[in-house]
Design a protein around this ligand. Structure first.
Ligand code: 13P
Length: 257
């Protein structure tokens, strides 16, 4: 791994503002400033300003949102916009998380619009891609992630693509305790890197962090980070506990490529 590693927490529908305050108190006490890595916290939209307030003295830690609507504003009751996210200090936006795709029925066409909108707002999209178990067993994993990536970057210009992040999260590994092997993760990360290189050239593609997500914990974080083309981790369940998350964000690759 040669990029500055990225450790992103996706809190999903967990942690009220009150929970977030106690989380930060403990997490910040355990986690000194990190120059050589990027840490991102993605709370719910309601909890977000509590988190940005709590991080006023820690600009080394970024905040992100878990989703935005595909339009910048309008009559879309219940949604959150990219402009709102930027206004409250978010720097990144998760786009196309598998729960958005599979629980809320979001489509590749929506990812095209969302990624473009997020990039135009000068926020960093983390485009999430990943195959289901059925797709993996039928040998379609690479085709599926290539299709999802192509849709995500379809309306972004090359500079915007070079400034985004990707997350490979196999659906069968999310919240199940089943982690992709480091080899499986590297294979798909390699597929994504090559697809990026075809679009923006090898040098620019090498600068796009590709995170792995799916049952990451403090026991497997270092091994995953040591795998070729794995530039960071996107963590759900194991990011909720401040002690565990602090240990994950301080982990290093066990060997270098
Ligand atoms: P878990 O780490 O709980 O498997 O969730 C992964 C995920 O979906 C992060 O976005």
């Amino acid at each position: 791994m040669h990029l500055k590693p990225v450790f992103a927490a996706n809190w999903k529908l967990n942690h009220t503002p009150t929970d977030a305050r106690s989380f930060l108190q403990r997490f910040l006490a355990l986690t000194p400033r990190q120059q050589d890595r990027t840490i991102v916290l993605c709370p719910s939209a309601i909890t977000l300003t509590t988190v940005t307030d709590g991080l006023r003295d820690r600009p080394d830690i970024w905040v992100g949102v878990q989703n935005v609507h595909s339009e910048a504003q309008g009559a879309y009751t219940g949604e959150n916009s990219v402009l709102m996210a930027r206004d409250v200090g978010a720097r990144v936006v998760l786009v196309g998380h598998s729960e958005r795709r599979h629980v809320f029925g979001e489509t590749d066409a929506m990812m095209t619009k969302k990624c473009a909108l997020v990039a135009q707002a000068r926020l960093t999209p983390i485009l999430c891609v990943g195959e289901t178990l059925e797709e993996r067993e039928s040998g379609a994993a690479a085709t599926v992630v290539e299709r999802q990536l192509a849709a995500g970057i379809a309306e972004m210009d090359d500079t915007q693509v070079g400034a985004m992040m990707l997350a490979y999260e196999p659906v069968w590994a999310i919240g199940t305790g089943k982690t992709a092997t480091p080899e499986d993760a590297s294979d798909i990360h390699g597929v994504l890197r090559r697809a990026l290189a075809e679009r923006i050239g090898e040098k620019a593609a090498a600068g796009v962090p590709i995170l792995y997500g799916g049952s990451v914990n403090r026991g497997n974080a270092s091994t995953l980070l040591s795998s070729p083309d794995v530039d960071g981790l996107l963590v759900g369940g194991a990011s909720l506990d401040p002690d565990g998350w602090s240990s994950i964000v301080r982990s290093s690759a066990t060997s270098t490529e």
